[in-house]
Ligand binder design. Structure first.
Ligand SMILES: [Zn+2]
Length: 463
């Protein structure tokens, strides 16, 4: 397993935290940034060489085998712990589903007490009190959480389980370096969500189905697919299982594309066949309600069709993340957004603000929609789709996010987080004033800001 330079650097930073005895380290890297390589090839490989009993925790049983294969690729033999398999006393590394361990915590107590490192994949799911109890059953274990979205589904923080963050490069940085595909977004339609109820932080599924599950919207999706990425492998994210089936049906019968819908009621073999069909080019459009967001790794997929509006920034980023992976011959990721998700959450590469104590900080990530070609993009003087020029507010590429924060919030946020929001020397001076930093800080921060703005300018050339 060869690590890219940033992956090596991040693995070393994580190892340094573990060596210092940090109990909970959270590693944050965008989807498709190669977190497995860092965690398996960089971190687990090293701690295993030091003889640390390690458990790799996944939140769904379907991910057990995949994780064992990933460990094997780094030369690490891992045993599975599930309802049919007890821990293997000869193995140093185990892969376990969180549900199994929670259910069998008492029975596996003596083994759990030997664990030195507990890796928690998709750590934003560590919400239930059951996790806390399970981690307490491993008193010797240091925790390494891994996630692309370091806040819970409702935006709540992860500071109760993790105390230190190792932050990998952002989506924008990975794109500029050629490790992720740039995304182009087309928004041919804006749904009317005024009657859609919100429950537990997101739109109610039944209401969404009523608004989104109709032929008019599906035909718009079909026309956009035919216009923007005809025949390219794409995933349509739908509001319900029935919606996913109807979209697939219309894409097949009216559009003439090969389309299949997948859902949790199918048997695993059919589902796997559909996913591998998409990867192999036998299927052009896969439609799904909730199945294909996390853990499904199909680099060839070039397109996402958003048909499920969501208030969850986490769900949005995971769905968008599905298509950003690079693949030979793939020039860009194409997102057709009929759900206003990009309008509400910002471009996929926008840098989100969060902290372990506060979770996601809701700041606006303004975008502009071109009235001519319906391309949606971060404010710029010219539409990247049709070259129409914009003026005034629409054209202003600088978004003053720091101005959205009150002094009280600035006081609470980490300085590196604040620096990322700064776009001018005035912003830096405000940070210094509120946080009580010396003038030397502003001097150095100014140089960092100039470097960052230069990088963003470079990045805009991809748009
Ligand atoms: Zn345009």
């Amino acid at each position: 397993m060869i690590l890219r330079p940033y992956q090596r650097k991040n693995a070393d930073e994580i190892l340094a935290c573990l060596e210092r005895g940090v109990r909970g380290v959270l590693y944050v890297l965008p989807t498709a940034g190669g977190k497995t390589v860092v965690v398996v090839g960089g971190v687990i490989r090293t701690v295993v060489d030091h003889g640390w009993p390690t458990v790799f925790l996944v939140h769904r049983r379907e991910l057990l085998q995949q994780s064992v294969r990933q460990l094997a690729a780094a030369g690490i033999d891992a045993a599975i712990v599930d309802p049919d398999h007890d821990p293997d006393p000869t193995a140093l590394v185990h892969v376990a589903s969180i549900d199994t361990l929670k259910a069998r915590k008492a029975r596996l107590g003596s083994w759990l007490r030997t664990i030195r490192l507990a890796v928690v994949d998709e750590a934003h799911h560590t919400v239930a009190p059951g996790w806390q109890a399970l981690l307490e059953a491993m008193p010797q274990a240091q925790r390494l959480g891994v996630t692309a979205t370091p806040f819970r589904g409702d935006g709540k923080p992860l500071g109760d389980l993790f105390e230190t963050v190792v932050r990998g490069p952002s989506v924008m940085e990975l794109t500029a370096a050629g490790f992720l595909c740039p995304a182009e977004v087309w928004a041919p339609f804006a749904p009317d969500l005024s009657d859609v109820k919100v429950s537990r932080g997101d739109f109610s599924a039944g209401d969404l189905d009523r608004v989104m599950n109709n032929d008019k919207i599906t035909r718009l999706a079909l026309n956009s697919y035919a216009a923007r990425m005809p025949g390219e492998p794409a995933i349509a994210f739908c509001a319900s299982i029935d919606h996913a089936r109807r979209v697939s049906e219309l894409f097949s019968t009216v559009g003439g594309w090969t389309s299949v819908s997948v859902d949790g009621n199918m048997d695993t073999a059919d589902r796997d066949a559909a996913i591998s069909g998409l990867a192999a080019g036998r299927i052009q459009v896969l439609t799904s309600c909730a199945l294909i967001s996390e853990g499904t790794d199909i680099p060839v997929v070039a397109g996402a069709i958003f048909l499920r509006p969501t208030k969850s920034c986490q769900l949005f980023m995971q769905q968008a993340g599905r298509v950003l992976r690079i693949n030979p011959g793939k020039q860009r990721a194409c997102i057709i957004d009929l759900a206003d998700n990009v309008k509400n959450h910002g471009m996929p590469e926008a840098d989100r603000t969060w902290s372990l104590q506060h979770g996601l900080i809701p700041l606006s990530h303004r975008t502009v929609r071109c009235p001519e070609c319906h391309r949606r993009f971060a404010p710029a003087p010219c539409c990247p789709g049709c070259r129409r020029t914009f003026r005034g507010q629409d054209a202003a590429p600088v978004i003053r996010r720091l101005e959205q924060l009150a002094d009280s919030m600035i006081r609470h946020l980490e300085s590196d987080e604040l620096e990322r929001l700064a776009v001018s020397e005035r912003d830096l001076e405000r940070i210094a004033r509120v946080k009580g930093y010396r003038s030397g800080w502003v001097y150095h921060a100014r140089a960092r800001l100039a470097a960052r703005l230069a990088k963003q300018y470079e990045m805009r050339r991809y748009a």
